[in-house]
Design a binder for this molecule. Structure first.
Ligand code: TRP
Length: 372
């Protein structure tokens, strides 16, 4: 199994422990969850359910916080298409952290990344997606006074110099081994990881003091930060602390991905209620039995049922309700159709609010874009 930001293999639930071991991540154990809870009073459901499941240096980060050395948050999105609900998972968690720790958030939009890594994408297209994607982030309700958007090609004069400071310490053989580059890889893609490292220390530069950085991220992004963590101490900054989440399965089954290019694999934030209904009813992989009689007798399998998995990852925050659904589906008292109806209702009420906020975001977007 191999996982890099650019070559993701199918991941099953049982792979996450293996990946964590391979990458050298620490698991979020009960002690560290307690340590978080000391400051947040309650645990976010993504922590309770181990959707965020691993970390690097989180103990250190919280120790520093307890000493009064506050951290800032950093995450990002490479614009390349529509936002689907899987993308929102780390951002929703990030918003919770921003509130609980009263933290600044730096949000990077590397609008060159997918242009460099994907043949078919033009810079005009990534520019359009940058705008569209920023609206989705704003719509989640981040505090505009404490949230700063960095757009790589727009903030190039600010970022480039610092990217060079990183790049000087990263060899070609390191990025080749980390990302799987070959002789055919373009030189922009080879440099890119340096750009993604910059927000880990940019706030420290701007405020002329070392500030700890905390990055919520999908586990596929870890390779970039292995490099950043290696380089940052060499140029005088803290290593960024990380917290990793699992990837929400695609509609077609656990172990498949949601993709912007295949509308039947994902629910996008701009989908209409009818589109949502059709996608779930037609395409959401079901762990139910072929006939109602069989299902009633033998029960369904929530572990492989995408509708259940989406409730688990995203749409049912009440643990007791979720457990009830799990057991009645497994027993066969709840049918696939009923489970799907429940999910559709959850998605559509979320999207209704989100789409309204997304419209409003157009008016306030400018407040989020970092001004030097
Ligand atoms: N490379 C990420 C993507 O493909 C975007 C990104 C930039 C990012 N900086 C980040 C993701 C920091 C997580 C954390 O979408």
């Amino acid at each position: 199994m191999d996982l890099t930001p650019y070559r993701a293999e199918k991941i099953k639930e049982s792979d996450y422990g293996i990946l964590a071991k391979k990458f050298g991540l620490s698991l979020l154990n009960p002690e560290i969850l307690e340590k978080i809870k000391k400051h947040t009073k309650e645990l976010h459901f993504m922590l309770r359910r181990k959707i965020f499941f691993a970390h690097r240096d989180l103990e250190w980060l919280l120790d520093e916080y307890e000493k009064g050395n506050k951290f800032f948050l950093y995450t990002g999105r490479a614009p390349s298409g529509k936002i689907h609900i899987g993308h929102l998972v780390p951002w929703i968690f990030c918003k919770w952290l921003q509130e609980k720790f009263d933290a600044e958030l730096w949000f990077q939009f590397p609008d060159e990344e997918k242009f460099l890594f994907r043949k078919e994408l033009s810079l005009n297209e990534t520019e359009k997606w940058t705008y569209e994607n920023m609206l989705d982030v704003v719509a989640l309700g981040f505090n505009p006074k404490k949230t700063h958007f960095l757009i790589n090609t727009k903030h190039a004069s600010l970022l480039y110099k610092h990217a060079c400071m990183v790049a000087k310490h990263v060899t070609f053989s390191t990025v080749r081994a980390t990302f799987g580059f070959t002789n055919d890889s373009n030189i922009g893609s080879i440099f890119y990881t340096a750009m993604q490292a910059v927000p880990c220390f940019l706030p420290s530069i701007l405020q002329k003091k070392n500030i700890p950085c905390f990055v919520p991220l999908g586990i596929d992004q870890d390779p970039h930060f292995r490099i950043a963590r290696d380089v940052l101490p060499k140029i005088g900054f803290y290593k960024p602390a990380l917290i990793h989440c699992k990837l929400v399965p695609g509609l077609k089954g656990v172990g498949t991905k949601m993709s912007a290019s295949d509308p039947t694999s994902a629910i996008y934030t701009t989908d209409t209620p009818e589109e949502v209904r059709e996608k779930i009813m037609k395409h959401a992989f079901s762990g139910g039995k072929e006939t109602i009689e069989k299902h009633r007798k033998l029960g369904g399998n929530p572990e492989i049922d995408v509708s259940y998995q989406w409730l688990y990852y995203f749409f049912e925050t009440d643990d007791r309700k979720l457990e009830e659904i799990y057991f009645s589906y497994k027993k066969g008292t709840m049918l696939t159709k009923e489970l799907k109806e429940y999910l559709i209702e959850k998605i559509n009420s979320f999207l209704k609010k989100h789409q309204r906020a997304r419209e409003k975001a157009k008016k306030i977007l400018d407040k989020f874009i970092f001004k030097e």
